[in-house]
Design a protein around this ligand. Sequence first.
Ligand SMILES: Cc1cc2nc3c(=O)[nH]c(=O)nc-3n(C[C@H](O)[C@H](O)[C@H](O)COP(=O)(O)OP(=O)(O)OC[C@H]3O[C@@H](n4cnc5c(N)ncnc54)[C@H](O)[C@@H]3O)c2cc1C
Length: 340
Amino acid sequence: MARVLVLGAGLTGSACAALLRGAVRGRVVVWDKARGAGGRMSTSRSARDAACSADLGAQYVSPRAGRAGPHGSFYDELLSHGILKPLTAPIEGMVEKEGSCNYMAPQGISSVVKYYLKQSDADVFYEYHVTHIFLRDGKWEVSRKMGPPELFDIVILTMPVPQVLQLQGDIVNIINERQKQQLKATSYSSRYALGLFYEAGVCIDVPWAAKYITDNPCIRFISIDNKKRNIESPEIGPSVVVHTTVTFGSEHLDSDPAEVQQLILNHLERIVPSLPKPASVKCQKWRYSQVTKSVPNCPGHMILHTQPLLICGGDGFTCSNFDGCIDSAMSLAEAVKSYL
Ligand SMILES: Cc1cc2nc3c(=O)[nH]c(=O)nc-3n(C[C@H](O)[C@H](O)[C@H](O)COP(=O)(O)OP(=O)(O)OC[C@H]3O[C@@H](n4cnc5c(N)ncnc54)[C@H](O)[C@@H]3O)c2cc1C
């Protein structure tokens, strides 16, 4: 009976766990350091009203070649279950390619990840922050910040590449020099996201559902998130998402979060002066936001060790979107199946 650990409950990890369902004689376990599912496909909820939510990371998904493309069956499945729906709300400044379509997640983008976790039938544990990976008698001993270490036959890493390189223990020497150079060649952009949550009944009077901003040093994108997701109910408070520019994100990466939040709010007020005062605000720092340079010569995954198997994947091995994560999840699952 094999025990397989998928590290990371983001899109790559959840889709990989779902693709492994039935293939592993034993159990698939998913660990994530966060308090819930989603990773960079996260949906944050207002502390006062869980129905008031905002997508702080990915906003919508755009199939590479429409539904006829290579992942058509993934989109069809998510559409048929109502997890994704066509994005029909007006997005100002969005670059539309001919024949392209976009989808949003009415229950929040993390519902995509939750769907795959449910499909996987895996045992999922949150607030499991892995710090060390050791090789012990032909198995992986995985240690986390709190709680005892556990043994696994296969470990699949799906976090951003710099976070793989931060892991301690035998893994440090298991990753060979050539692989280290490849992994270190990867780069990510950084940005902040603000979620603004409002009481039910508050009206946000702008003609768009979301808007790309091109002439502000701090703000790149604003979404009236409930409107983007076609949720306009008098019982549910509206929510607003703000993404900063990459330049602002990099310049303020280690600044005081309260100061960063205020700076973003000041810019927001100048761009949308009619915006009411929110009931609460969440400031999210995405240190590893989107991949700007993927791992060279390594599409989909990298095998770090074979007996036992230690393998890593994620958008760092493809690109930062739904298709990129599904490509990596498929390539990880194939590699694991061929090993079993
Ligand atoms: C601001 C922003 C906007 C975006 N917009 C879009 C968009 O509109 N459309 C689109 O398709 N994509 C978009 N993306 C990209 C998309 O969100 C990512 O490509 C995708 O979510 C990556 O998924 P992943 O599973 O590979 O990684 P992640 O989502 O990062 O998942 C990795 C998981 O590993 C966990 N983890 C890390 N280290 C540890 C550890 N030591 N122990 C335990 N757990 C650990 C993390 O908590 C995380 O949940 C956006 C991303 C950001 C940040």
